[in-house]
Ligand binder design. Sequence first.
Ligand SMILES: NC(=O)c1ccc[n+]([C@@H]2O[C@H](COP(=O)([O-])OP(=O)(O)OC[C@H]3O[C@@H](n4cnc5c(N)ncnc54)[C@H](OP(=O)(O)O)[C@@H]3O)[C@@H](O)[C@H]2O)c1
Length: 330
Amino acid sequence: MSMPYLPNPNRYAHIPYERCGRSGLKLPRLSLGLWHNFGGVDVFENGRTMCRAAFDMGITHFDLANNYGPPPGSAEENFGKIMDLDLGPHRDELVISTKAGYHMWDGPYGEWGSRKYMLSSLDQSLERMGLEYVDIFYSHRPDPDTPLEETMGALATAVHGGKALYAGVSNYPADMTREAHAMLDDMGVPLLIHQPRYNLLDREVEPELLPALTELGIGCIPFSPLAQGQLTPRYLKSIPADSRAASDSIFLDADSVKANHSKIVALAEIAEQRGQTLAQMALTWVLRQPAVTTVLIGASSVEQIEENVACASAAGFSDDELKAIDAACA
Ligand SMILES: NC(=O)c1ccc[n+]([C@@H]2O[C@H](COP(=O)([O-])OP(=O)(O)OC[C@H]3O[C@@H](n4cnc5c(N)ncnc54)[C@H](OP(=O)(O)O)[C@@H]3O)[C@@H](O)[C@H]2O)c1
């Protein structure tokens, strides 16, 4: 029989914890997402080792969604196994999130934002993970057809019923976020957090969303802070066989990697001058925003997580460095 997992007793000494918006919940400055590399097609023991190592480094927040895999649902099933095998005794030290919004099952009730879909999806997620509740339940994307009141009402029901402790939205534009915040407020449920895409190559959130989050006291957890691995040396020379761009994933392709090549070369030089790796600099750059509570990284190895966590203690940027970074990205 294998030995039970005993976490690192010094795990809370590595990463600062930041209050999420104006809530009482603190999140680690780096969080781990299970979108890629934790599905049924992946090596289970690798995902398990990454979750244990992340927790050992002080990462208390694990982010999932109903559809993560592939196949859809399998990342939640695997995370449930990891809870059973290793992390279960530490449930009260963990913030586990899931989402509903993208296609999950056939028929008219298997995606978007109806109450029917949102609440049955949450029940399915809890079943797959073997959990009584998640810490954060998100609307994964805005639904152009369902009234926003209905989707927010489903989040509020999840919270009032104890199946989620907090509510979140993801991929919502600024104006809809303001509306969602006001509606949830009326239902007695604060909007805890927003999960948008934000990285050196995609700054769409800067003019409107980030100021709105600060004003309303909503936390922010940017996803794909490394542009899915492009903001690392991973693709500088070629497209490695074990990388996301070479995999069956439809979300990152070789053309996009090639198009960004010269920017990555220039950014890597600035990172080197700062004494950081490119990945660390890209994460430090996202974390420099006062609106940002935590960066949501993905990983395919423990080494990547270790390298990324080291950015938690990095120095801030000088004005000259920020200008050079902007020029490299232009
Ligand atoms: N709400 C949404 O709509 C949404 C959308 C996307 C993602 N997310 C969430 O955000 C999480 C993170 O997204 P993401 O995976 O795109 O984030 P990311 O951090 O931008 O990319 C992660 C990938 O970068 C590579 N990487 C990470 N650290 C590295 C390092 N130090 N050196 C070299 N390569 C490194 C790895 O690629 P390889 O696998 O190729 O090694 C890893 O899988 C997801 O797991 C999910 O929880 C949410």
